[in-house]
Design a protein around this ligand. Structure first.
Ligand SMILES: Nc1ncnc2c1ncn2[C@@H]1O[C@H](COP(=O)(O)OP(=O)(O)OP(=O)(O)O)[C@@H](O)[C@H]1O
Length: 252
């Protein structure tokens, strides 16, 4: 398996008695973008959250099956959740910077992991903001509040914050759905660039977005993974009738 490839095997997920995901198996290759699409409630976000154990925070949930990173099961014995969330970063639908300065938002993770050296922190903040294509816009106001920048800038700041702890995999849950088309285009360009260094998994409501930015697409329906494969194949020659109905707008 290539480094930082994520592979899910026979995964079932339950919210109490509700069986939300049924026997999902899927590989998300390194240095590629994999998109999850499907109608509302089909389980895309739930599945994304199983990939860094965010669902553990919801009471009464249960997971069966395996999620492997470089062959190691994140639900197996001896997994350190703090270390896992460092390796598998997450960006949410609504940009959620902390009510702190731009600098402190990005430095937050490295500091939480014990880094105190100012020079090293400065470098990480600069590198992360550059990687998130935000540096030029904020380099002269790093001490200003993160609450005072635009929505698109906030989302790139959240991406910088995720990158600052040096993850291997980046999960994004509808990262542009709260943004205007220009801010969306910037984030899409950024994703395209980031895949050189990271494995990227994104939930999107926009089929156009999935078609534009992803190498692989997985279509979910009512808790089942119906079909997955190369994005062009899914959009141009789907094998399953449900996939075809969805991408041609017949439902959802
Ligand atoms: N915390 C929860 N407790 C119980 N059921 C939940 C919870 N979160 C989601 N569900 C249910 O699990 C199923 C999958 O939801 P999920 O949010 O993963 O779907 P989705 O495809 O991401 O939807 P959307 O596109 O609307 O965000 C739905 O039936 C939903 O009602």
């Amino acid at each position: 398996m290539a480094k930082n490839t994520m592979e899910v095997r026979d995964l079932d997920f339950y919210y109490g008695d509700f069986h939300a995901l049924h026997n999902i198996s899927l590989e998300m290759p390194a240095n590629k973008v994999t998109s999850f699409i499907g109608p509302s409630g089909c389980g895309k976000s739930t599945f994304l959250r199983t990939l860094n154990r965010m669902n553990d925070l919801i009471e009464g949930t249960r997971v069966d099956g395996e999620v492997l990173i470089d062959g190691k099961n994140i639900y197996g014995e001896g997994i350190d959740i703090v270390d896992l969330r460092k390796r598998v970063g997450m960006v949410f639908q609504h940009p959620n910077p902390f009510p702190k300065s731009i600098y402190d938002n990005v430095a937050y993770g490295p500091r939480a992991h014990g880094l105190k050296d100012k020079q090293k922190l400065d470098q990480i903040v600069e590198d992360s903001l550059k990687s998130a294509a935000l540096w030029d816009e904020v380099k002269d106001k790093l001490d200003s509040s993160a609450m005072g920048i635009s929505g698109g800038q906030k989302q790139r700041l959240c991406i910088a914050r995720a990158l600052a702890v040096n993850p291997e995999i980046l999960l994004m849950d509808e990262p542009t759905s709260a943004l205007d088309p220009i801010a969306t285009a910037k984030i899409e360009d950024l994703i395209e660039n980031l895949k050189k260094d990271y494995t990227i998994v994104i939930v999107t409501h926009s089929m156009q977005q999935a078609a534009r930015i992803s190498d692989y697409t997985a279509f979910f329906y009512m808790g089942d993974l119906i079909e997955h494969g190369a994005t062009e194949k899914i959009f141009e020659k789907p094998e399953n009738q449900k996939t075809e109905d969805y991408i041609t707008g017949r439902f959802g």
